[in-house]
Design a protein around this ligand. Structure first.
Ligand code: FE2
Length: 289
């Protein structure tokens, strides 16, 4: 039997579906190795319950509806959802990109999201291209006041940084990990010089080595159609999925010597240290609980 989820992972909020995708009739879902049933009550309010091993349904779990998604928890989170003020700016497009199933640890997906070194090789001629393969020096910190991992002063040369970009540009990035399975990035907005586009990746861990990723963008782009923006993001993410599903070991090692980091990986080193401090073991190669 698989290791059950530990307290550090249970006491978090997770996206389980886009609100618009939840039908009237009850539907199975899954989170952290446990089965859920998601339904709507007579008013249309979404109700999430755990389906126990004997088939009985538990009491409704706490839920939050935000940014187009249903969030729930199997534990007792110490706080609500993280701050995302850009999401409320009225001139941004809110682009829910659709869930993608990935046969990999959800933590691997977060780590891949933080990694710039793969751009020229995995997203060739879009987010990177040879010979511009070097990851320039950037800064990483664990911000104790908000308990988040940040990487700042990141930059990379990108042939097609966004659908709205015309030609290659040096793109600036900032990365943020708000919770063990939740991350986002701020990147140069080709359509507005003094603002950042925001791309979030909300990961729903189904099992240790299987998850669903829910990408959503809050971007400034008056030109592109919604469909074309969704397709652009899906293309990028499907390129990542091929890499993610072939990574070994499948679960994320937290021991520093298990995989040898380079200077470009300092954000991943900080992320793993932060996970270890928190006692997160779901999706990791850790033996001890
Ligand atoms: Fe990628």
């Amino acid at each position: 039997m698989a290791r059950p989820a530990e307290k550090a992972s249970l006491d978090q909020w997770y996206v389980i579906d886009a609100e618009a995708d939840i039908p009237a009739e009850p539907r199975p879902n899954r989170l952290l190795g446990r089965d859920l049933i998601v339904a709507r009550d007579a008013d249309g309010t979404v109700i999430v319950r755990e389906k126990r091993d004997d088939g009985a349904l538990g009491e409704p779990l706490p839920t939050i509806v935000r940014w187009g998604y249903i969030w729930t928890t199997l534990g007792k989170p110490e706080r609500g959802l993280f701050e995302l003020p850009e999401a409320d700016e009225p001139d941004r497009r809110h682009v829910v990109c659709g869930a993608v199933a990935v046969n990999a640890s959800g933590l691997r997906i977060i780590e891949n999201f933080l990694d710039m070194a793969h751009f020229p090789f995995v997203h060739t001629d879009i987010l990177g291209a040879e010979p511009n393969t070097e990851v320039h020096h950037y800064t990483t910190e664990i911000r104790r006041d908000v308990d988040e991992v940040w990487a700042t002063n990141c930059e990379f040369f990108q042939p097609q940084a966004a659908l709205s970009a015309e030609g290659g540009i040096m793109t600036q990035y900032m990365y943020r990990v708000m919770a063990p399975f939740q991350t986002l990035l701020y990147k140069t907005c080709p359509a507005a010089a003094n603002r950042w586009d925001v791309i979030c990746l909300f990961v729903q861990p189904l099992d240790h080595d299987r998850c669903r990723a829910h990408p959503v963008m809050f971007i400034i782009d008056d030109e592109s159609t919604l469909t074309s923006m969704v397709h652009f993001q899906q293309l990028i993410f499907l390129q990542d999925r091929i890499i993610l599903e072939n990574q070994r070991p499948r679960l994320l090692p937290l021991e520093p010597r298990a995989e040898i980091p380079t200077r470009a990986d300092i954000s991943s080193v900080a992320y793993r240290r932060w996970l270890k401090e928190k006692g997160v073991t779901f999706g990791t190669a850790e033996r001890a609980a």
